[in-house]
Design a protein around this ligand. Structure first.
Ligand SMILES: [Zn+2]
Length: 282
């Protein structure tokens, strides 16, 4: 079997500078799982729409406010009404995931969820440019990993996965295709960016303990063992998504690949281990 999903390094294409001409980076809405669409509209950060049958959930909100129109357009094109958004689940507090949260909240009155730990970081860096400008947003709800969020046909479990930020969150749920009767295990790890944030000198500079990197490595190895049929990638390069977007936007079958979740997590853990040869060996 040819493995088409793997961690693909990025070039300048995904830098903030190149996004000044965001229309050159536009991509269509496409279905990633039976009731999950990527409506991010650009080739960098995903915005996943979950159709629960009782309103919509968004995982993350878009790269920056300039691409808000793409998000709204892609929601319509996927066949949904943006006003049905009830909850926003942020994978972590960074601006490239949270930038349109305030606009969406003002437009729809939806809730904005984050981990308690990342809300501390959100407040701490609210007025700075670290690691990039964060557009103001107000968190309305916090994840409780012991209490899954239930909405419509879905039960979504969360898990704190520190590393990329102290309060990154991973999401797990099952999604059934009524047409085929098949149920898929779906997962989204919210913080797989490791460069250069988890280098020892960078963690120290940002005021984080080195243990944060080791926790990330341990969690990746542990979570990689979980059976996952469809791994959602919060940055498209993190699973080499772009070349694999199907011509038929409704055909999610290409994304059913049970190796992808484990492969990418192990790849990211190994990338962090290279920063700490004295701990993990060369
Ligand atoms: Zn980030």
């Amino acid at each position: 079997m040819e493995k088409i999903f793997y961690y693909a390094p990025t070039g300048d294409r995904l830098s903030n500078k190149s996004m000044a001409t965001h229309w050159e980076h536009a991509i269509p809405a496409y279905r990633n799982a039976p009731h999950v669409w990527n409506v991010g509209g650009q080739d960098n950060v995903a915005v996943f729409l979950l159709d629960t049958g009782d309103g919509l959930i968004l995982f993350d909100t878009g790269l920056n406010e300039e691409v808000f129109y793409l998000v709204i357009d892609r929601i319509w094109r996927a066949g949904f009404d943006p006003m049905d958004i009830k909850k926003i689940f942020l994978t972590h507090w960074h601006g490239d995931h949270s930038s349109c949260a305030r606009l969406l909240h003002e437009m729809t009155g939806c809730e904005i969820w984050l981990s308690k730990r990342d809300e501390v970081e959100h407040q701490r860096f609210a007025d700075s440019d670290f690691p990039m400008r964060v557009r103001p947003y107000t968190v309305t709800n916090f994840y409780e990993d012991e209490n899954p969020v239930r909405m419509g046909n879905f039960e979504i479990r969360t898990r704190l996965v520190p590393g990329h930020t102290p309060g990154c969150t991973a999401f797990f749920f099952e999604d059934t295709d009524e047409e085929t009767g098949k149920t898929y295990k779906v997962a989204l790890h919210g913080g797989l960016g490791v460069n250069p944030m988890m280098k020892p000198e960078r963690l120290a500079q940002d005021g984080y303990p080195e243990e944060q990197a080791h926790t990330f490595v341990r969690d990746c190895y542990e979570l990689a063992k979980l059976p996952v049929d469809i791994a959602l990638a919060s940055h498209l390069n993190q699973a080499n998504i772009l070349p694999n977007i199907p011509k038929d936007p409704r055909d999610y079958s290409v994304f059913v690949a049970d190796y992808a979740w484990g492969d990418v997590l192990i790849n990211r853990a190994d990338a962090v281990k290279e920063f700490y040869p004295e701990v993990y060996g060369k």
